[in-house]
Design a binder for this molecule. Sequence first.
Ligand SMILES: [Zn+2]
Ligand SMILES: [Zn+2]
Length: 92
Amino acid sequence: MSNLQHIDDDSGARCVHCGAKAAGPCASCHSPVCGDCSTLTEGGVQVWAICLACANRKGRSLSGAWRSLVLWLAMLLAGIALVTWLLEKLLS
Ligand SMILES: [Zn+2]
Ligand SMILES: [Zn+2]
């Protein structure tokens, strides 16, 4: 029939985000993604292409881990300050 349909039938894997011809699978979720919907991330010696959904998820989990770490450090410092203050009161 039309030439366009023939190209679509022959394209194989399609991008899961926009439906364009996929450039390759996401390194994280293995979904086929096109160049526009993927981002390059450097993991050690190799450069990986991951989809934007996985990039967002990774960013969120990283910021969440950072937040809990900062909170934990703040509580630790507050505890040390309290103990130091108590010791100073006891010793004076
Ligand atoms: Zn796409
Ligand atoms: Zn992915």
